[in-house]
Design a protein around this ligand. Sequence first.
Ligand code: FES
Ligand code: FE2
Length: 464
Amino acid sequence: MVEQNGRSGSNGTNGHGINGAKLADDAERAWQEAQGATSIGPFEYVPPLGFREYWYPALFKKEIGPKKPKFVKIMDEDIVFFRGKAEKVHALFDWCPHRSARLSQGESLFPGTITCEYHGYTFDGEGECVAGLIDDPNTPLVGKMKGKSYPTAEHGGIVYVWMGETEPVPLEEDLPPEILDDRNHWYNRVKVWDANWTEPVNQGIDYHEAYLHRREFNYMGGWTKPWRFKFHNLFSKETPFFRPRVANYGGVEITYEDEKRVCSNPTNVSFGESYHPGVDDTWPKKRWYMFLPKRAGRLSGGGPPTSLMGIPAFAHCVELPSKIRTGSGSEKPATIVKMRWMVPVTFETSRVWTYTIGRRPKSILGRIYKYLWYKLWYEPNSLVRVNEWEDLVTFQKGRLRYDLPQKLSTLDTVVIYFRRHLALRSRDVQRLGGTYGSNHPPTHAVVESDAVESSEPTLAQVGD
Ligand code: FES
Ligand SMILES: [Fe+2]
């Protein structure tokens, strides 16, 4: 028995929000490519360690003490953040330019500086050596020793760092528009996932939910692991237990695209069960007690007409450099958008920043209610049980290979779009001519000529 829901129109773009013919063509191209089970790999154009010419969230400002610096690894680079009583946070390459001890082991003794633990050389926010505390106060080394510095900027208590080689863009260009809207507020959850940053992106746009999150009662925790029980799946609109579930999708429609993002909805969604001739059987096999009515959700192609971003509602969306949104939220106060921003740490680890964004409650009671809703319900159910206990465990280190050939399906239309068309629109390609580590590396990378000033000492200066 198959119930159809939603659009029966063609796949490819429906023309919403399209910014000129080229982008619309890309949507059609991605859909066409998906028909042929394309084998475009994860790193054809996408860089294994992340797009560099972007701002990324690094840490919360409150994590940096007035004296105590904080170490964060991003894109395999060791970075120390400090402020030293000054308001502005600075970021330097963690390895001391003197004899390569960790600056993050040191402390900030003077505003806006950091002093290395080993011999006391002291550096400002530009990475310039400004004093050698046990050296002659007039030491010639001051002004001749410089470490690499990274531009930083702050918004909403979060410190962002520019990882690019070229001039940084204004931070706002890379922030999700929902958090720039004063009517909204958000909660953050930050976790290191043992996975390359691309997989949580691909998984955010690949329409895996109806299978991976299909869990029947026993798998939802049930009687074997009751602490893992997912209450919200009992009544959920998306992957429910008591409602008719999505049996299969007919395809994926790209509903919005612009320079840095692409959004989509499923098409021709079937509920209940579907017959698959290759196995001469139907799926799902068990249907339990489906006494609640079917409800249109983001995965069934329905949803509110306008998202919190102010574009048409969508089920899945990806935004450069590494953000995904599942569910679009809406103008209604009760709804939210879940946005995940992957920050590459090493090839096989990513710091995942989840922003749960919604309208700011107007009253104190409303704020308390929303906080409790998030802490007691949404975070444990959706962000922990679903994303960390089901999503992450399927692709974490050792469970997914990045080096084997892949065949993408029609449900991977947005994955194809991301891997090919969005990657080609990235700032790395625009500014550097390619992406580091991919099959299409930079052709005109910027070489920092004055990062480390070479000053060969004379024999007379060195002594013996
Ligand atoms: S290694 Fe940092 S001061 Fe010597
Ligand atoms: Fe998932």
